[in-house]
Design a protein around this ligand. Structure first.
Ligand code: NAD
Ligand code: IPM
Ligand code: MN
Length: 358
């Protein structure tokens, strides 16, 4: 029997409410498919810790989690007490960078039983993957404010696109498309307005595409690409995007399917040199925290992606993943729905139902 060590960081807000549901289902699936999981719970990475220690994570955080097989993460951010740029850069964005989790893989699909937000004829056939660059691009703290506080104030924020960083995410996206039936890839760009980075990004896509003659691919400007997510979402298969564009697309896609509450993500270091991190796409949702109505599916589905990744996308982890997805499908068909899905079920009731359907 294989044993895996998982760091559990619930973080802030509804991260604390959906994490127990995720653990419950992941544990049940692991038991069923013969995986032994050792969960290591950490109370840092969120804003409560910051308020006590003036930092988001302990100094030795890397030693504490660096040897884990994966990190299971809830959400971070509580802007009423800690500014977002401090909490996010001190926690989730640090994990992504320091553990070189350069792929953020975010599947998007519709489920029977969930009312799709769109009314286009094929809106119920949405099934695509957003592959988001996760360690560079527009997310940077390089820059500064000049002449601060004066009429001449100028703010500079640099984007960073390395060839190494760009090629590896594009390759990963082409590889992902190769494993799918449609073998179709959309490259998000904005080479008309962003005159330096994006024409270069497109040229890298051209170069990498030479190794993938079987993939049908095209470039689409991010503005019309967003519009097409709404007008013809069923046409997309794999979409690769820079850090910021991918962030936006991975909220827009799930919103089109009905709610962002069910969207999962896998922050991957594909080489497995460092632990990968699995978390829902959504944040801490201060507006609903404490009401026990948060949808736990994003957390649970992320747990399924984690189990699959742990066993290298095959074997018992892949079976456990598929079983969790089937249980989610059954539960949604049975109308066990939290309010964001149009129902009245509580966070726990939805988690319990998914566990029972495993
Ligand atoms: P959010 O994702 O927390 O919430 C956006 C909206 O979606 C809210 O109305 C919320 O109620 C709803 N929502 C989100 N998840 C839901 C769920 N599981 N079930 C039902 N409804 C859900 O985004 P925000 O309000 O912009 O951010 C709140 C905080 O979370 C901020 O501090 C932000 O920086 C942070 N954040 C963190 C992450 C992360 O940890 N990876 C991701 C996004 C936002
Ligand atoms: C996400 C979040 C984060 C991001 C924020 C909170 C920094 O929105 O995981 O999508 O932009 O990557
Ligand atoms: Mn986001």
């Amino acid at each position: 029997m294989s044993t895996y060590n998982i760091a559990v960081i619930a973080g802030d807000g509804i991260g604390k409410e959906v994490m127990p549901e995720g653990l419950k289902v992941v544990q049940a699936a692991a038991d069923k498919f013969g995986l032994t999981l050792n969960f290591h719970h950490f109370d840092w990475g969120g804003c409560d810790y910051y308020l006590k220690h003036n930092r988001m994570m302990p100094e030795n955080w890397k030693e504490l989690v660096g040897d884990m097989d994966a990190i299971y993460f809830g959400a971070v951010g509580w802007p009423d007490t800690v500014p977002d740029h401090i909490s996010l850069w001190g926690s989730i964005l640090t994990f992504r960078r320091e553990f070189d989790q350069y792929i953020n893989m975010r599947p998007v699909r519709t489920f029977e039983g969930v009312k799709c937000a769109l009314s286009t004829p094929k809106a119920n056939e949405i099934d695509f993957i957003v592959v988001r660059e996760n360690t560079e691009g527009e997310y940077s703290s390089i820059g500064g404010i000049m002449y601060e506080g004066t009429e001449r104030e100028v703010v500079l924020q640099q984007s960073v696109f390395s060839r190494h960083g760009t090629d590896r995410v594009l390759k990963y996206a082409f590889e992902t498309a190769m494993r799918r039936e449609a073998k179709n890839l959309t490259v998000a760009t904005k080479s008309n307005g962003m005159a330096i980075s994006m024409p270069w990004w497109d040229s890298r896509a051209e170069a990498i595409s030479a190794d993938y003659p079987d993939i049908r691919w095209d470039k689409q400007h991010i503005d019309i690409l967003s519009a097409r997510f709404v007008m013809n979402p069923e046409r997309f298969d794999v979409v690769v995007a820079s850090n910021l564009f991918g962030d936006i697309l991975s909220d827009l896609g799930p919103a089109c399917t009905g709610t962002i509450g069910l969207a999962p993500s896998a922050n991957l270091n594909p080489e497995r040199k460092f632990p990968s991190l699995f978390e829902p796409v959504h944040g801490s949702a201060p507006d609903i925290y404490g009401k026990n109505i948060a949808n736990p599916i994003g957390m649970i589905w992320s747990g399924a992606l984690m189990l699959r990744f742990l066993t290298a996308d095959s074997g018992s982890g892949a079976e456990a993943h598929d079983a969790i997805i089937s249980a989610i499908e059954t539960t949604l068909k049975d109308d066990v729905l939290t309010p964001d899905l149009g129902g009245t079920a509580s966070t726990q009731a939805l988690g319990d139902a998914i566990k029972a359907n495993l």
